[in-house]
Write a protein that binds this ligand. Structure first.
Ligand code: JB8
Length: 252
């Protein structure tokens, strides 16, 4: 199964890290087909203008609708001629933004099932709202946020989302076991990990991990995940589990 990715940005070089390591190998192996488009190529005035001042006033600039509709139209055109089922293929368009739906591991899993994702990287104060409407009439659109903080543009968010999605594709990560017991995979944070030496800086590795009792090790790791989640991310636990896990901590 291969995933086609299109990214539109005024800083296409920002996406260069996708050529490195795992994602780079996935591209060379044909698992990922990445196309980065420079939004300015779709601005036809002499200065290749992509922004202008906001109606209604306010600070900063807003990204003009014209170049975006041309750029996204160009991306859509890559889906023709239609696939064998004669339905013109369209991508799911992801638009990163601080005002979006929180991006989660669950969404990463959903997106990794898609054959074609497109990403629109905003800059300045954002993209003219009519672009969201225009795009929504032509393809599924999801506005996603990495978290409650603000970046200067969508490129960093796209790098993060592409990595989170691509690593779930079969064949991208060599060791599939590492995809199972990781943070957020089943709603819990990951357990603490240790490696040699058994004692370092006067600090020992928990005895249970040095023995060979795999049932005891699995139980210890499960308990660690629950405790760590209760301490750091009680919001991930159902209310009763959070308090009972924490009360277990207080008694110690
Ligand atoms: O925080 B973000 O994910 C984000 C995304 C896009 C733009 C465009 C201007 N500021 C942005 C911030």
């Amino acid at each position: 199964r291969s995933l086609r990715l299109d990214v539109v940005s005024i800083f296409p070089e920002y996406l260069a890290p996708l050529d490195l390591s795992l994602i780079g190998k996935a591209r060379r192996d044909g698992l990922i087909d990445l196309h980065v488009h420079d939004l300015r190529d779709f601005a036809h005035d002499r200065h290749r203008t992509v922004d202008d001042s906001p109606y209604g006033g306010g600070a900063g600039m807003v990204m003009k609708p014209g170049p975006w509709s041309e750029a996204l139209g160009h991306v859509l055109a890559q889906g023709s001629p239609p696939a064998e089922d004669h339905q013109p293929r369209v991508p799911t368009l992801i638009i990163p933004g601080p005002g979006g739906e929180p991006f989660t591991q669950q969404i990463a899993r959903e997106l990794s099932e898609e054959p074609w994702l497109a990403f629109a990287c905003g800059r300045y104060e954002g993209i003219d709202e009519r672009v969201y409407e225009w795009a929504g009439e032509r393809m599924p659109v999801r506005v996603l946020s990495l978290g409650d903080y603000v970046l200067n543009g969508g490129e960093v968010a796209v790098l993060a989302m592409v990595e989170a999605v691509a690593r779930l594709l079969p064949g991208v990560i060599g060791n599939v076991e590492s995809l199972v017991e990781e943070s957020h995979e089943d709603g819990l944070l990951e357990y603490p990990v240790y490696t040699k030496p058994a004692e370092w800086d006067g600090r020992a590795v928990p005895d249970v991990l040095l023995g060979g009792n795999h049932r005891a090790i699995a139980a210890w790791r499960r308990e660690q995940r629950i405790q760590r989640t209760a301490q750091r991310r009680p919001d991930l636990l159902p209310p009763t589990a959070a308090t009972s896990a924490l009360s277990g901590l207080e008694e110690r």
